[in-house]
Design a protein around this ligand. Structure first.
Ligand code: F6P
Length: 354
C-alpha cells in the first residue's frame, strides 16, 4: 500500500535487470514488479536490457502493464541477460553511478544468482540504491531456502529420467544422465531421487568409479533392470581414482563443464560389461515455462522486492525462509555457494542406491 511507502509519494524511478544465466520465472518477477510498482504505485519502471550492459550503455525501456501482459508463463527473460558486470571495466563503477544520476534512478532491482548478487552487493556498498532477488535453477544461493527456477528444472530432469527408464530397461543399458549444477548437486539429488536413480553423483561428494560400478552391477544382477546414474556437471572423482582432464575456462574465467558423463559412461561399461549411454540434458533444464510453484515464488519475490524499494532496504535481497518472504543482506552471497544437506544425501544413498 502506498500509505506504507517510506519513499516520497512523488513518482520514483525503479530500474530492473536480469543477470547471469536465464531461468524459468524471471518474467513472472518482472511482471509482479511492474504490476505493483507501476500499476498500483504509479512509479516508473525502467527495464534494462542485457543485464549490466544495458545499464552501462543506457539501453532500457519503460515497462508498463501492456509490456508485461502474457509473460507470466514464459520462460527466459523479456529483458535479456548476460554474464559480466561493471567491474569488468576500469571505469565501470563510475559509469554506473553516472547513469543512475542521469536517469534519476531511485532504486535498481537486480534479479540474479550468486555472481549478479555479489556484484549488486558490492555496488550497494559503494552507495548505490540496489536491492536483489535471488534466482537460479541451481538453487545454490546462500541466504534463501529456495530459488525460483529450481523446481522447474527438477521437473524437466525428472520427466527425462522417467522416459530414459523405459528405454534403458528394454536394452539392459546403463544411462548416465548429466544435469546442471556446477558447485552444488541440488538438481541431481532432487531429480535423481524423484526419478528413482540407481546412483547420484554430486560436486559436494567426490565419487569412486569402483563403487558406482558395484551399485550398477548389483542392480542388474537382480533381474531385468535398467540403471540410471544421475551426475551433476560439477561432480568429480576422488583424487587419483580416475583421470579427468583439466577443464577449459570460458571468457568469464568459469570452468566449462559438460564432459564428466562422457568420462563416466565408458568407464562404467568397462567395469560392468553393460552398455552405457550418455544423456546430457543441458539447457533444456533452463528453458520453457515455469511450474506453478515457481510462478508463485517469483511473484511473491517480485511483490516483496517492491516493498524493499519502498522501505529503502538497499543492499538487501528478498529470500524464502521457512515459507515466509524475508530480507537478508546481499553480502551473504559473496563468493559462497549453498550446498546440499549431506546427511540427507547420505540417507538417500544408503537407502536407495543399489
Ligand atoms: O545458471 C546456472 C547454470 O545453469 C549452471 O548450472 C550452468 O553450469 C551454467 O548456468 C551454464 O551457463 P551458460 O549457459 O552461460 O553456459
Amino acid at each position: 500500500m502506498l500509505a506504507e511507502c517510506s519513499l516520497s509519494l512523488d513518482v520514483v524511478n525503479i530500474g530492473v535487470l536480469t543477470g547471469g544465466g536465464d531461468c524459468p520465472g524471471l518474467n513472472a518477477v518482472i511482471r509482479a514488479i511492474v504490476r505493483k510498482a507501476h500499476g498500483v504505485g504509479g512509479h516508473r519502471v525502467l527495464g534494462f536490457y542485457d543485464a549490466w550492459d544495458g545499464v552501462l550503455e543506457k539501453r532500457y525501456e519503460e515497462l508498463d502493464i501492456t509490456k508485461v501482459r502474457g509473460i507470466l508463463p514464459k520462460g527466459g527473460t523479456i529483458l535479456g541477460t548476460r554474464r559480466g558486470s561493471p567491474y569488468d571495466h576500469a571505469d565501470g563503477v563510475e559509469r554506473t553511478k553516472k547513469v543512475f544520476k542521469e536517469l534519476g534512478l531511485d532504486a535498481l532491482i537486480v534479479i540474479g544468482g550468486n555472481g549478479s548478487l555479489t556484484v549488486a552487493s558490492m555496488l550497494a556498498d559503494e552507495g548505490l540504491p540496489i536491492v536483489g532477488v535471488p534466482k537460479t535453477i541451481d538453487n545454490d544461493v546462500v541466504g534463501t531456502d529456495a530459488t525460483f527456477g529450481f523446481q522447474t528444472a527438477v521437473q524437466i530432469a525428472t520427466d527425462a529420467i522417467d522416459r530414459l527408464h523405459t528405454t534403458a530397461e528394454s536394452h539392459d543399458r546403463v544411462m548416465v544422465v548429466e544435469v546442471m549444477g556446477r558447485d552444488a548437486g541440488w538438481i541431481a539429488l532432487h531429480a535423481g531421487l524423484a526419478g528413482g536413480a540407481t546412483a547420484i553423483l554430486v560436486p559436494e561428494v567426490p565419487f569412486e568409479m569402483k563403487q558406482v560400478a558395484e551399485i550398477v552391477t548389483r542392480r542388474h544382477d537382480r533381474g531385468r533392470y535398467a540403471s540410471l546414474v544421475v551426475v551433476a556437471e560439477g561432480a568429480r572423482p576422488k583424487p587419483g581414482t580416475l583421470e579427468v582432464p583439466e577443464p577449459k575456462l570460458d571468457k568469464y574465467g568459469r570452468e566449462m563443464h559438460g564432459s564428466i558423463s562422457q568420462i563416466i559412461a565408458p568407464e562404467l561399461s568397462r567395469l560392468t560389461g553393460f552398455e552405457s549411454r550418455v544423456v546430457q540434458l543441458g539447457h533444456v533444464q533452463r528453458g520453457g515455462t515455469p511450474t506453478s510453484y515457481d510462478r508463485v515464488l517469483s511473484s511473491r519475490f517480485g511483490l516483496a522486492v517492491v516493498d524493499a524499494v519502498y522501505e529503502k532496504a538497499f543492499g538487501e535481497m528478498v529470500v524464502l525462509k521457512c515459507g515466509q518472504i524475508e530480507r537478508v543482506s546481499m553480502q551473504v552471497t559473496r563468493d559462497k555457494t549453498r550446498t546440499i544437506d549431506l546427511d540427507f544425501f547420505n540417507d538417500v544413498s544408503a537407502s536407495f542406491f543399489g
